[in-house]
Design a protein around this ligand. Sequence first.
Ligand code: ZN
Ligand code: ZN
Length: 789
Amino acid sequence: MQEFWEKNKVYGFDANETDKPSYSIDTPPPYPSGDFHVGNALNWSYFDFAARYRRMKGFNVHFPQGWDCHGLPTEVRAEKTHKIRKNDVPPAEFVRMCRELTEEYISRMKQTIVRLGISTDWKLEYRTMDPSYYKLTQLSFIRLYNTGHLYRGEHPVNWCPRCETAIAEAEVEHQERHSVLYYIEFGQDDRKLEVASTRPELLPACVAILVHPDDPRFKPIVGKKATVPLFNQVVPILEDPDVDSSFGTGAVMVCTFGDKMDVKWQNKYKLPLIRAITENGRLAVEDPRFKGLRTEEARKRIAELLTGQEKITKTEPQTQSVGVCWRCKTPVEIISRPQWFMKTRDMTEDVVEKAAKLRWVPEYARTRLNDWARSLDWDWVISRQRIFATPIPVWYCKDCARIILPDENQLPVDPRQDSPPIKKCPKCSSSSLTGDNDVLDTWMDSSITSAIHAGWPRQDDWFTKLFPASLQPNGLDIIRTWDYYLLVRSLAMFGKPPYETLLINGMVRGTDGRMMHKSYGNFVEADEAMNRYGADPLRQWAASGGSTGSDIPFRWTELDHGKKFLTKLWNIARFVLTSTPVIPESREMDELLLLDKWLLGAVQDLVKQTTEHFENFEFNLALEAVRDFTWHTLADDYLEAVKYRLAPEANIDDKKSAQFSLYETLVTICKLLAPICPHITEAIYQQVPKSNTMAQSIHKSEWPTAETSRFDESIAKQGRALLEVIALSRRKKADSGLSLKTPIRALEIYTNPEQLTVLRENEEVILRTLKAEKLILAEARDFRIEIST
Ligand SMILES: [Zn+2]
Ligand SMILES: [Zn+2]
């Protein structure tokens, strides 16, 4: 089927289409990691359900696949694969290694995506590492700089000493860590002042002691000075309402920088800045006792020396939340050095206001974005000290520090190796110009995807049609990164949000209930699941796992259930197609027998329900409705009751009525199921006898519409009553030890007058289905069935 789709170009976006409305999906470009586990299969299935449904609804669907190539994970992998550190080889060589790995991972993931039956338009594939893409990242940088949204400045940032780069707040994870709280004695005139800290290695960068203004213990010494042990710098004792007097001794040391509070206090009291930690995580002091020690070594060393001088009065075990690098889990440090920032703090209210007007599925995901936007203390640091990333398109004058940007038409540029765009500084005429060696945060690449899909920087009709994206589907875990960054970039560049509806999927848990993770051993590759069950059962698991946004457990039994359903559907289709070898003549509703009318009415009800579920992204409910209908209404109830009418000797008119109803029903349920199970529905559709007006692929056919005229409340009631009687008679037969195929002499049914009318009009179906020679119908107060053999 996949070959058939590819050969016939079933899915592409049509750039010449003028009649159909467009529907653009801004799918998140993944990091090419090479892995594609069932959690990824869930994401991609959601994108695809939405894409296939909209296509059948008559939209010109724009469904690209991108690859967010840059970033730490690939650099870390390249370092591991080649057993080097990034600075051991020339940058161009390191970039080549990263590109090579990236291509390999992309091809592996792409295979799995195709195998899962995702209807991506591969014409629209893009890689953020390609010059044609990062040129646009650089263009957006220049435009944002020119409109005052970016600035270069020295401000403390979160820093990973292992990866040796700045990282954004969104990239800091929090972990519980055990540590020791040291009570350290500072000198204060003739008295002693105790300060508790878990990080004695920051003593050389201590710039003040703070106490709470209402704390009577410290009143006499506020405004005086204290001497730092071992390092002997003299620091002021100040009061500040943010001090927590219940922690430690109630006096806290301010070091530049231990944490974000230190940054606030240093700024508030204009304290000096002493660099505590180097960029590779070592103590930044000249003191030969500690120079070059790593933070943990320095902590141990300083604690030992303090103990030797009897300056540590007490130690306590402490559990604390430590910020760690999202990629390598090393505790982050706060380091100040020149960086590029985007002014995002000023945008918080605008973000919250605009987010309120968007459609969020589920609704509560919006709160995550709002909470995140409001929690940010610092602007977004967009520069990184990495190699494999988009170069920052900036040169500087070495003499007057003037910032020099290239012209838009000179892009892409790599200031790390290209010569500057101009020979002389426009301000001081110096010819001593130097390129920026830093690169951009990878989220700078991926937070303009929706505009790039729409053809930006072109501002033509297509841009208007495709931007903002109709749908932004992504996991709960990247709301604070991707959804947030996309929103701020778009508000700054275009003055409006980059998407209309956000579809947020939950995370997949392993069979043991924990989050799926390689190190937990509960990690299931999508390929493994497909090797065992095929693509459509895996997609059914993705659809049925739970309501949108909730965490979903991975269960093999769900795939097993999905596969059984496919077998059932296949068998039904074979029966229908064998008994309906040509397109049946179309019939009006009043030309049909009761059960046929009833079935087509039930199909209309199913169409209505399923359409609503797809509109609301309730994939689990849509799938359940179709599966339940197929298994019970169609197979158990209807088929069993009409089989005799499809036999060669059956009455020709009754046969045609059944054929028409079955054909219509089979084609309709296949269409309703096509977004979730694209392979089997296409395989069935290809065998269905087709008229010239029918589409060549089920995925190009129109979504069924609910014709309310076909649904008649009283027909539904009568059909239900008849089927109930048939089901009860069958059970009676089974209870009497008779096989369903065994002929019986007579069937007696005693029931109320209303039901009797229905039964009288449908004597034949009862006789034939129950294999009875004679049917006796009589009125009675209590319902009763008798069988005589
Ligand atoms: Zn790191
Ligand atoms: Zn200059």
